[in-house]
Ligand binder design. Structure first.
Ligand SMILES: Nc1nc2c(ncn2[C@@H]2O[C@H](COP(=O)(O)OP(=O)(O)O)[C@@H](O)[C@H]2O)c(=O)[nH]1
Ligand SMILES: [Mg+2]
Length: 341
């Protein structure tokens, strides 16, 4: 089986850690691909010295583009599936066998590492953003996904082939979960260790969270516009469908996302009314058995995050340790699936 699966590591300025990640991965898989994404340090040399096959982007194109390059390369070399790991040693390569066993049981499902077993190790602000992201991504993917932001995953390339990928930077990983889930595929998870070490992050909290939120909102808008009028069809994605057409051009995608964010609050009320009047529309929501009222309320609470966050910041200036934001997020973005973590 290790002949059919390879490791794939997107890397950007990761010279301190990439060697160990590559060597650790080679203990479990015969081939490791690294995309050096325009690094300004010697990431490529370190990866090569550790035994990886290295592809180089001439400039930094972001994690999403690096993943696309890795998928293309693995597919061209005849692999069936890839295990992706972060380059900054946040994932323990010795946990690769967990993914391989899960793949044997379910060869056509994306398998996501979940760090929620040790969620207290996640910095609280990152956890909060993951919690909100999970609420909406799970709605779009028609199922509860415990950890939507972990880069330690196994992707069967047959599943990747069923979707067009347009997301930039960190959006791509969200896009893949949504499109797989919303075309009717189950997304599996395996528990992995939660490691927050020395390495810094390239994740830009405001920009990258905004990009992910805007993408998910734009996706849900199209999904729910369709589900509002087409009965009994919870899975709305198919390769080449309207959502792909709207994201093919960067400019159109940007305008479309901007409009959906601006209109998110009134359009959710419109969807709620449609939901209350209809009987077998919004099949994905009805199947989940959740009240659309909660989703509408949560969406209207989104601006509250900025306000409560600002209040916490002000209070902390005066030496207060109180964080109202944590309770706010737990309350307004509940686990409506009732699944245990
Ligand atoms: N190829 C490429 N990979 C990136 C880039 N930014 C991040 N990564 C990869 O994505 C992983 C996770 O990114 P990181 O910045 O550590 O985000 P965090 O772990 O979510 O805080 C890194 O370890 C890299 O493997 C980028 O610009 N290009
Ligand atoms: Mg990291």
């Amino acid at each position: 089986m290790t002949d059919r699966i390879c490791a794939a590591i997107p890397a950007y300025n990761a010279s301190a850690t990439i060697g160990a990640v590559v060597r650790g991965s080679l203990d479990h898989l015969r081939r490791v691909y690294v995309v050096d994404d325009g690094s300004t340090d010697n990431t490529a040399e370190m990866a090569r010295a550790a035994g990886a096959e290295v592809l180089c982007h001439t400039r930094n194109m972001g994690k999403g583009q690096a993943l696309r390059t890795l998928f293309e390369c693995a597919a061209a070399d005849g692999y069936e599936a890839v295990v992706t790991l972060d380059a900054d040693a946040q994932h323990d390569p010795n946990e690769i066998p967990l993914f391989l066993s899960a793949y044997v049981a379910a060869p056509s499902e994306i398998i996501v590492g979940s760090r929620m077993r040790e969620k207290d190790k996640i910095p609280r602000d990152r956890y909060n953003s993951m919690h909100i992201a999970r609420f909406y991504i799970s709605l779009a993917a028609n199922q509860f996904i415990e950890d939507t932001q972990c880069g330690f995953r196994l992707y069967p390339l047959s599943v990747i082939k069923t979707m067009e990928l347009h997301g930039q930077r960190y959006v791509t990983e969200t896009e893949m979960l949504i499109k797989a889930g919303d075309s009717g595929k189950f997304i599996r998870f395996v528990n992995v260790s939660t490691i927050y070490g020395e390495a810094g992050s390239h994740f830009r909290p405001v920009m990258d969270i905004t990009a992910i939120t805007a993408y998910v909102m734009s996706y849900l808008t199209i999904k729910w516009l369709r589900e509002g009028i087409v009965p009994d069809k919870p899975n709305t994605y198919r390769r080449g469908s309207i959502i792909d057409a709207l994201h093919r051009s960067k400019l159109v995608s940007l305008i479309f996302q901007f409009i959906t964010v601006l209109t998110a609050l009134p359009i959710t009320v419109f969807f709620l009314i449609e939901f209350m009047i209809g009987k077998d529309n919004f099949a994905s929501i009805r199947k989940l058995g959740v009240a659309f009222k909660i989703i509408t309320a949560s969406t209207h609470a989104l601006p509250g995050i900025l306000i409560v966050g600002a209040v916490d910041k002000c209070l902390s200036r005066f030496g207060s340790q109180k964080r109202y934001i944590d309770d706010f997020i737990e309350k307004w973005y509940p686990n409506i699936w009732g699944r245990k973590e």
